[in-house]
Design a protein. Sequence first.
Length: 260
Amino acid sequence: MANKVEVKDLLEAGVHFGHMTRKWDPNMAPYIYMERNGIHIINLYKTAAKIEEANEALKKIAASGRKVLFVATKKQAKDIVAEKATAANMPYITERWPGGMLTNFVTIRKAVKKMASIDRMKKDGTFNTLSKKERLQVDRLRAKLEKNLGSIADMSRLPAALFVVDIKAEHIAVKEAQKLNIPVFAMVDTNSDPREVDYVIPANDDASKSIDKILSLVTGAIIEGLSERGSEKEADVVEDTVEETVATAPVAETDTTTEE
């Protein structure tokens, strides 16, 4: 069972603090509990229900062996997303979103392969045959590619879903996912339009404690899905082994002689 969502924990993490009322998006009205001192307060019971709904879907994606791409380039979210996504063995983007990351995925894969080819050059000695200036240029290129794309090096095909922190900041990523019908899961604050997202998690997307709490819950569900997938694979291996053993076992001879 994935981490149970407790409203008390969400409250302690400050998930309920929205933006100033003058900055709100009216489409977030169903998720707003009240206004206090000019700030909208998010209804945490609805947040908890939405997290559980999102977690169920994320768990299924992970159990099917597909990837969820995490996206967060804002300062207070970058390190948290990198840590949580890595723990869940999922790809992530925390530097600038590369335009065409999804819609022009073939080109992005070529850039990732370029990293691998540079690594091969270093292993087989080709790198050492280059001039000092060329080696410096190759090293700079490798470092730049690593910074921007290193975290998606293992993503060999388009992700099954995106998880976004702040859909306003990551609007290009959201638009690309929409074009390709890739479902978007997101933390959506009171200043954003929830209609752009398939799985809305109404939450404070600015405070690091709030981001950490939500990411812990969703990656917990993903890890659970991966664990179930691992258990199923083990069960299949055992079943195949048993079937093979039975199929190849010598058949005992039956004594057909009768007593006089």
